[in-house]
Design a protein. Structure first.
Length: 94
């Protein structure tokens, strides 16, 4: 059975997530690129970035984590990604 690409396994969903810590720069840069470039279908962009840098064993979980970051993105965390509210609102309203 294929897992839903939009869900994160329970063991990777939390503040002490080792995957999030290891790949924090890739996560930050990918989210930032998607918002600034106004990407309407982020999955191919995420896959490209992850495949280029991440070992195969971690790729699926990291892709799911980045998708989750995008889904939870709001004005209160924009500085974490170096984003301005205007950039976020432009992307969000696509």
């Amino acid at each position: 059975m294929k897992s839903n690409p939009l869900t994160i396994p329970a063991e990777f969903n939390g503040i002490q997530n080792p995957l999030r810590l290891t790949w924090r720069d890739l996560i930050k840069n990918t989210v930032r690129e998607i918002v600034i470039d106004k990407v309407t279908d982020p999955v191919p962009h995420i896959e490209k970035n992850v495949i280029e840098s991440v070992p195969l064993a971690d790729q699926e979980n990291l892709k799911a984590l980045i998708i989750d970051e995008l889904r939870r993105l709001h004005e209160g965390v924009l500085s974490r990604y170096g984003l301005r509210p205007s950039e976020f609102n432009s992307w969000k309203n696509l």
